[in-house]
Ligand binder design. Structure first.
Ligand SMILES: [Zn+2]
Length: 64
């Protein structure tokens, strides 16, 4: 039972790792987790900014 049906175009997705529909490009609504979100360029930028902000916060705390 590994087949998944796209909620948008109702096509069957064979790729269990897929986060976006192969046919219509819409999100499959899966909880892909952290690594899955990294596939999306916009999410990657947001993730990098968040990590940088957290690291900067730790550095500022360490300096004090
Ligand atoms: Zn689709």
């Amino acid at each position: 039972m590994s087949d998944y049906t796209c909620p948008h175009c109702k096509k069957t997705i064979d790729d269990e790792e897929a986060v976006l529909c192969l046919y219509c490009g819409e999100s499959l609504g899966r909880n892909a987790g952290f690594m899955g979100k990294l596939r999306h360029p916009r999410h990657t930028i947001i993730t990098v900014v968040l990590i940088a902000a957290v690291l900067l916060g730790f550095v500022l705390l360490a300096v004090k």
